[in-house]
Design a protein around this ligand. Structure first.
Ligand SMILES: [Zn+2]
Length: 250
């Protein structure tokens, strides 16, 4: 086993706490032109609706999030899932002098998406709507280094947390990144392996087979990781646009 003790990626290395990475803060009313709704007050709003937020966020984070959601929404439309009309969040920026990325206005908790036909995608549905979950996650991974999801730990069973505290790219010792890799290998590229977030020989073998098929070098190189994510998104669009197959896998 290459690593039986994956490092948590929820917190940044200490050397990122300096003032040199402070960016201007701006107030946003939408991302990719879509309003952001806070869906945790009351709790029964979770996954359905909420009240509009106009959060203050770090400028660089806002640009990355805007682009990620734009591309995600194009993908969801292309896959026939629908047109997104609201983004549901359980929290973005927090006040106070804490050292977490929410306090630094560089993090977002994604609870769900509302579509123009009234349907919703909710972040607690990984086991029943895996392809929607993975296509949303893949787009976030193209734009953000830290993406914490279902299966990472219990805190992330009802939302996807993302922030820009960590560089974009694949690392074997990152549990969250390995979990995505394993899910993609298993559900998109039909490799048989356990999805436990630990990068071992089984994962390595499956990864090599799929990289050979995609003609890709090591995923630790950012371009290759991005190509792997793009190939995953293409596979997801294809599977999502074939309802019979989605059903068979869910
Ligand atoms: Zn969070």
């Amino acid at each position: 086993m290459e690593t039986s003790n994956p490092t948590p990626d929820a917190y940044p290395p200490g050397n990122l706490f300096g003032k040199q990475d402070q960016m201007p803060i701006q107030r946003i009313k939408a991302l990719a032109g879509v309003p952001i709704l806070y869906d945790r007050e009351p709790d029964s709003n979770y996954g359905h609706t909420g009240y509009p937020l106009r959060p203050y966020v770090d400028a660089k984070f806002a640009v990355a999030a805007d682009r990620a959601f734009q591309e995600m929404f194009l993908s969801l439309a292309a896959a026939g899932v629908g047109e997104v009309t609201s983004i549901l969040t359980g929290g973005i920026s927090r006040s106070g002098g804490g050292v977490g990325y929410h306090e630094r206005k560089r993090a977002f908790d994604l609870d769900g998406l509302v579509f123009s036909d009234g349907q919703t995608w909710v972040a607690n549905s990984f086991n029943t709507r895996r392809f929607e979950y993975l296509i949303i996650e893949a787009h976030l991974r193209r734009a953000f280094g830290t993406v914490l999801t279902y299966g990472y730990d219990q805190r992330f069973e009802d939302h996807i947390h993302f922030d820009n505290g960590d560089p974009i790219g694949f690392r074997k010792h990152s549990k969250s990144r390995t979990l995505f890799l394993q899910n993609a290998l298993r559900y998109l590229f039909d490799q048989e392996l356990e999805c436990d977030g630990t990068y071992g020989p089984e994962t390595q073998q499956a990864e090599r087979a799929v990289r050979a098929e995609l003609n890709l070098g090591a995923l630790s190189i950012r371009d290759n990781w991005d190509h792997f994510l793009t190939a995953s998104i293409e596979a997801l669009e294809e599977r999502l646009s074939m309802p019979a197959i989605v059903k068979a896998f869910s």
